[in-house]
Design a protein around this ligand. Structure first.
Ligand code: SF4
Length: 756
C-alpha cells in the first residue's frame, strides 16, 4: 500500500465517513494525525459542503480504541494476541468445520461496511462464497428493507429505488426525517435553507418532534408518535376526495387504481387526523399544496421506517408522489443508477426467500436484524452456528443488546473484523484488526443521485497502523486458507492480464463463465490477477474495474453520456479522479425505462399492504399502560451524535452523555428539573440519563440520542461507558410485521427521578 505524501502543507482529498452522504473533504496531515479538515470543492455532489461533524475526524483516525493485533479468546473469556498466520489458519479451520458439519448456510454474515467503507464488504462476498454462507444482513435490514420491498411492488424490483430532487422541487416533503441533523441528501442544510428562504417554495414536515427542520417548515404536521400511517392516509384521501389526483398521469402510467381507491375509501379523514393528532385543516392545506405544485420531492427516513406500520408508511409515502404525478421529471422523484448493490444479493421482484428458523422474509438478500437471536437461540437443526461480522457492531446496534450478546455466546464461532475493540468484538472468538478507512483504498456504494450520479474511490492517506490489514487482504487470505482458489485456477488470467485489459476482459468472462465457483470469488480473483498489473499499491482497485464493467453493461447510455466509452474508460476515470467522478448521466426518461413491470406501469395496488391500509379505520388505540406511559424515540440523530465509529467521546463538544429530552409539561407533571438524573425503564431494561427539558418535544414523547453507550479506554487503560446504549431498552419482538424492521422510534417507557 502506497500512502500519499505526508508533507504537512499538502491538502489530501478523501471523504467524510460519518453518514451516507460521504461529503468530499480535504485533509492536512501532521504525522499520523488529521491537523486540518475542510470541504472539497471538487467533489461532484458535496461541492465543498460539510457539516461540523467531519471536522473532528481525527477522533476516529487517532482513536485510542484501535486494534493492532489479531486476538483470540481464551477459555477464561480474556483475549490473547496471536499472529496473522495463526489467526487466518485457525479461523479457516473452525469455519470449515462448521460448514462441513452443518452446512455453509449455517454461517451467517453480518455487516460488510458502515457509512464509509463498502469496498472491503465486497471482498467479504468472496469469503462467504468460499464458506457456502447464504444468509446475511446489515444495517439496512433495520431501516430500509420495507421501503425497498415497496419499491419492488410499485416499480418492479427493489433496485428501482427513487431519489428526490430536492434541489429543484417546488415543494419538499420530509417524512420522519430531519435533514438538518441526519442529512440524507447532499448539501442538506444549504438546500433546506434555500427552500425555506424562497417564498415560492414550500417545505412540509411530518414529524412528532419540532425538529430543526420542522422549525423552518411552512407546514409542520406534528403527529402523535406512531401515527404516521393515519396522517399519510388522510393526506392521500384528501387528494381523492377533493379530486386533486393527476388523472392524465394516472391514466397513462399506473395500474391498480381502483383497488387502491377502494382501500382509501375506508379512511375517514377527520377520524384519521384525530388519531394522528393533527389539525384536519392543516392536512388539507398540505394535500392541496402538494397537488398544486409544479414539482414535489419527498424524503422518508427512520422516523417512519422504525415505527409502527413502517412498511405501510413507506407505501403511503410513495403513493403521495405517484398519485400527484411527481415522477420522472425535474424536482420530483427518479429512479437512479448504482455502482454496486448494498444489499446481500437477490434484488428480485419479491421477498420469496425466508430465514431458516423463524421464516422471516428476506428482502434484498437481507435477514431482518431483529430476528437474528431467534435464528440462533433454538435447537432448530438449521439454526445459525457461526457468524462473520465485518465493520458492524450488532451487539450494540440491533434491538435487545442483552439477547444479542446471549446469541453470540451460543454460536460455535464468532469472527469480528473491525478497527476497534467494539462491544461485538468483545463477544467474539477471534478479532481481526482492520486498517482504518484512511489507511486503505475505500469507497461507498451510496450512489443515490439523479441525473448525475457520482462514485468516489478514495486513496489511502496513511500507511495501515502496524498490525492491521485492509479487509480485502484479510478476505484474500481467508479464501486462500479455505482452499477455494489454487494458483493453477488463476494461471490463465495471469497470462491474459499480461496482455492488457482487453485480453484480460475476454479471459475473465470466459474463465468465470466456465467456473461459476470462481465467479463467486470475483473480487479476490480480480485482486490476485488484474491487481498486480496496476500501479504499485493499487492492486485492490482491480475489484473496481469489475464494478466499472458491470456498471457499463447495466447503464451503457448513461455511462456514455457521462463521457466514458466503456467500462475500461470509466475505470480509468475513477482512478484518475481523487475527488470522485460522475459515472452516469441520466435523462428523465431513463426513470421510465427502469420500471421493471412488463407493462411499464407503476403498480399502486400492493396486495400485501392493502388490508393493513383498510385496517387503519378500525385499529384500536393502543392502551397506554400506566407502567410505561411514554413513547421513547431510542436513537435520535443530534449535532452531538454520529455513528459508533466515533468511539472517542471527546469529539462531542456538548451534550457529552446524550440527554433524555422531555417536554416541559411532562417534566412539571413528574417533578423533574433540567439536568437531574432519571431512570428510563422499558419492559426490556433500565438506564440512567440526564434530563433536558425542551418544548420541541410533545407531551408523552421522550428521546435519547443514537450512537452512544460506547465503552472507551481511559488514558490509564480502564474503560468507561459514555452515554446511554439505547438497545439495552429495545425489544426485538417489537418490529414491523412485514419487513421485520424494529420500532426503535416507538419504545414504551417510564421515567423516574433518581434520588440524589
Ligand atoms: S456527517 Fe454526513 S453531511 Fe456531515 S460532513 Fe460527514 S458526510 Fe457530510
Amino acid at each position: 500500500m502506497a500512502p500519499t505524501d505526508t508533507d504537512p502543507d499538502i491538502w489530501h482529498t478523501t471523504a467524510c465517513i460519518l453518514c451516507s452522504i460521504n461529503c468530499g473533504i480535504e485533509v492536512k496531515l501532521d504525522g499520523g494525525r488529521f491537523a486540518r479538515i475542510r470541504g472539497d470543492k471538487a467533489h461532484p455532489t458535496s461541492q465543498g459542503y460539510t457539516c461540523e461533524k467531519a471536522l473532528r475526524l481525527d477522533h476516529y483516525q487517532s482513536s485510542r480504541d484501535r486494534l493492532t493485533s489479531p486476538l483470540r479468546r481464551r477459555a477464561d473469556g480474556t483475549f490473547e494476541e496471536i499472529d496473522w498466520d495463526t489467526a487466518i489458519t485457525e479461523i479457516a479451520e473452525r469455519l470449515a468445520h462448521v460448514r462441513d458439519t452443518h452446512g455453509g448456510e449455517t454461517i451467517f454474515y453480518y455487516g460488510g461496511g458502515g457509512q464509509g467503507n463498502h469496498l472491503g464488504g465486497g471482498f467479504g462476498a468472496a469469503t462467504r462464497a468460499a464458506l457456502g454462507s447464504t444468509y446475511s444482513s446489515n444495517a439496512l435490514a433495520q431501516e430500509k428493507t420495507g421501503e425497498f420491498w415497496v419499491d419492488g411492488q410499485l416499480f418492479g424490483r427493489p433496485r428501482c429505488h427513487t431519489t428526490p430532487d430536492l434541489d429543484h422541487a417546488e415543494v419538499a416533503v420530509f417524512v420522519g426525517k430531519n435533514p438538518w441533523q441526519s442529512h440524507g441528501f447532499p448539501r442538506a442544510r444549504t438546500i433546506r435553507k434555500a427552500i425555506a428562504n424562497d417564498p415560492g417554495r414550500t417545505m412540509i414536515v411530518i414529524d412528532p418532534r419540532r425538529s430543526e427542520t420542522a422549525e423552518l417548515a411552512d407546514l409542520h404536521l406534528q403527529v402523535r408518535p406512531g401515527t404516521d400511517a393515519w396522517c399519510l392516509a388522510a393526506l392521500l384521501t384528501v387528494l381523492v376526495e377533493e379530486d386533486l389526483l393527476d388523472h392524465a398521469f394516472l391514466d397513462k402510467h399506473i395500474r391498480g387504481l381502483d383497488e387502491l381507491l377502494a382501500a382509501l375509501g375506508t379512511v375517514d379523514i377527520a377520524a384519521a387526523c384525530a388519531r394522528a393528532g393533527v389539525d384536519e385543516a392543516l392536512v388539507r392545506d398540505a394535500a392541496r399544496r402538494i397537488a398544486a405544485a409544479g414539482s414535489v420531492a419527498i424524503l422518508e427516513d427512520l422516523g417512519i421506517q422504525q415505527a409502527p406500520h413502517s412498511t405501510l408508511n413507506s407505501y403511503l409515502e410513495k403513493l403521495l408522489f405517484v398519485l400527484t404525478g411527481n415522477f420522472a421529471k425535474p424536482g420530483t422523484m427518479n429512479i437512479h443508477t448504482r455502482m454496486a448493490s448494498l444489499g446481500g444479493g437477490g434484488g428480485g421482484r419479491g421477498a420469496t426467500r425466508v430465514s431458516p428458523v423463524t421464516g422471516s422474509r428476506i428482502i434484498t438478500g437481507l435477514v431482518s436484524g431483529a430476528v437474528i437471536p431467534d435464528e440462533i437461540l433454538t435447537d432448530h437443526p438449521n439454526r445459525f452456528r457461526a457468524m462473520v461480522i465485518e465493520s458492524a457492531n450488532p451487539a450494540h446496534s440491533l434491538p435487545d443488546s442483552a439477547r444479542m450478546r446471549e446469541a453470540l455466546a451460543a454460536l460455535d464461532t464468532v469472527v469480528v473484523i473491525d478497527v476497534a475493540f467494539t462491544e461485538t468484538a468483545r463477544c467474539a472468538d477471534y478479532v481481526l484488526p482492520a486498517a482504518s478507512q484512511y489507511e486503505k483504498w475505500e469507497a461507498t456504494f451510496f450512489t443515490l443521485e439523479f441525473p448525475g450520479n457520482a462514485f468516489h474511490l478514495r486513496r489511502p492517506l496513511l500507511e495501515p497502523l502496524p498490525g492491521t490489514l485492509p479487509e480485502p487482504e484479510i478476505h484474500r487470505r481467508l479464501v486462500r486458507a479455505l482452499g477455494a482458489i489454487t494458483d493453477a485456477d488463476l494461471d490463465p488470467l495471469h497470462e491474459a492480464a499480461a496482455n492488457g485489459r482487453v485480453a484480460y476482459a475476454d479471459a475473465f468472462l470466459r474463465v468465470l463463465g466456465e467456473r461459476p465457483d470462481l465467479a463467486r470469488l470475483a473480487p479476490v480473483v480480480l485482486y490476485e490477477t488484474l491487481g498486480p498489473t496496476l500501479p504499485d499499491g493499487e492492486a485492490v482497485t482491480a475489484a473496481v474495474w469489475g464494478l466499472a464493467q458491470t456498471c457499463f453493461l447495466a447503464y451503457p447510455e448513461s455511462v456514455r453520456r457521462a463521457g466514458f466509452a466503456d467500462g475500461n474508460a470509466l475505470f480509468d476515470a475513477i482512478l484518475a479522479s481523487p475527488s470522485g467522478v460522475v459515472f452516469t448521466l441520466d435523462e428523465f426518461a431513463d426513470t421510465w425505462r427502469r420500471i421493471d413491470h412488463a407493462d411499464g406501469r407503476i403498480n399502486v395496488a400492493v396486495d400485501d399492504l392493502l388490508p393493513e391500509l383498510r385496517g387503519l379505520a378500525t385499529e384500536p388505540e393502543p392502551a397506554i399502560v400506566d407502567e410505561y406511559p411514554f413513547v421513547l424515540s431510542a436513537g435520535e440523530r443530534r449535532s452531538s451524535t454520529a455513528n459508533t465509529i466515533y468511539r472517542d467521546p471527546t469529539w462531542r463538544k456538548k451534550d457529552a452523555d446524550g440527554a433524555l429530552r422531555m417536554s416541559p409539561a411532562d417534566a412539571t407533571r413528574i417533578g423533574i428539573e433540567r439536568g437531574e438524573r432519571v431512570c428510563v425503564t422499558t419492559k426490556r431494561g433500565a438506564v440512567e440519563a440526564v434530563v433536558e427539558i425542551t418544548d420541541t418535544m410533545q407531551p408523552g414523547h421522550i428521546s435519547l440520542p443514537n450512537g452512544l453507550g460506547i465503552d472507551y479506554p481511559e488514558a490509564d487503560g480502564g474503560r468507561v461507558r459514555h452515554g446511554v446504549p439505547t438497545n439495552e431498552l429495545t425489544a426485538s419482538e417489537d418490529r414491523d410485521w412485514f419487513a421485520g424492521t424494529p420500532w426503535h422510534k416507538h419504545v414504551r417507557a417510564r421515567v423516574e427521578l433518581v434520588p440524589a
